[in-house]
Write a new protein. Structure first.
Lengths: 187, 187
DNA sequence: CCGTGCCGTTCCGTAAACGGAACGGTCGGA
DNA sequence: TCCGACCGTTCCGTTTACGGAACGGCACGG
């Protein structure tokens, strides 16, 4: 705050740099892209230089014209590990839902070492793990399950639960969290 | 232009819905999240209802407080459906690998209707499917397996294999393809 | 039965992103 | 050499997202 001009979260600058890269790669001039995307040159200029805080709509217009998904100009998907602790890391890949539940799909890795404990979630939440490599021991703290490469685990996470790598190999897995019926069945 | 309120690209509405899902999952009230994220209640309310066109900075503040990457609330990460055919669609979420194999993680959906056949892959490729909703019948064409919500299927895909939704509900699932060690430690 | 507290929405003045126009700088052809 | 076309930046009035405060609705407790 204060200060005057620069005014940006660390992110805005990188977004601008990425857009400029994509534009020059395609041999487009700033004026040209602005016209194609239907935004002002001032807007695009300020955006690329990181001195503006674009609206979502503006980013849509520009990335669409560049032919890349919006996510391509924002911090890379794998970039933010949503770290859960010393031994376990996870990256949220996607959120989606249907009438009955909301789902969060993570990629997860567990480093060798002591088990890590996770607190209980609210009622009805289930966890689904598919192991890609390594051997994982996970589940309710009082009755963990074990799975090797290609294995699959599933438990209800309304009690404290643990994750641990068995052996010296790091474990890679996908983790699906299922939250039943987040909203009260509106509409 | 015209009118006053709606004003949105198709995306804004979905972004709002996703944020609301993430918030309610965590048992947070709108007021609470607004305070934590340092944004006005009016802002968050308008955003969730899709009547505002948020600035990037605003989205950062909110998603950071929810503990998810910015990309999680924006329209599909992969955006490129890598469609496999009439009944089956899939989006590539991530590619990664280790010493032993390369993995491709997809989210997949299967529409009700006739089964769809996929040709055999080269030797040693395995497919791992976790069903989120609906009932899926899939696997080797001569011996398919069945799984409902929360179920898990796995087969070696060096023979032709099928995917089909059982019943009238669309099937949502994650699909992991495992390609063993493409080359013999060259490079 | 009526406060009290919190919920989510709406109203409103302010700050800032927006598009259009003007600006200086560089290149190429007459 | 001059001139026109185009570049990217800066100026400026308009539009709109922003935060704070007020509002009605609902659940609890005295």
């Amino acid at each position: 705050m204060t200060a005057a001009a620069p005014a940006d979260d660390r992110g805005a600058r990188e977004v601008g740099r990425r857009i400029r890269s994509l534009r020059t790669e395609r041999g487009l001039s700033l004026s040209e892209l602005a016209r194609l995307a239907g935004v002002g040159k001032a807007t695009l200029s300020g955006l690329e230089n990181g001195v503006r805080n674009p609206r979502l709509e503006t980013l849509y217009a520009i990335t669409a014209q560049l032919g890349v998904p919006l996510t391509a100009v924002l911090s890379a998907p794998g970039e933010a590990p949503t770290v859960r602790g010393a031994a376990v890391g996870a990256t949220l890949l996607e959120v989606f839902g249907d009438r009955e539940a909301t789902y969060e799909l993570y990629r997860m890795w567990v480093s060798p070492g002591p088990a890590q404990l996770s607190p209980a979630h609210s009622g009805g939440v289930t966890e689904h793990v598919t192991v890609f490599s390594g051997v994982l021991r996970a589940g309710p703290a009082d009755a963990p399950l074990t799975a090797g490469p290609g294995g699959y685990l599933r438990w209800t996470s309304d009690v404290p639960h643990t994750y641990a790598a068995v052996g010296e190999e790091e474990v890679h897995a996908s983790l699906l969290l299922r939250y039943p019926r987040p909203s009260t069945l509106d509409s």
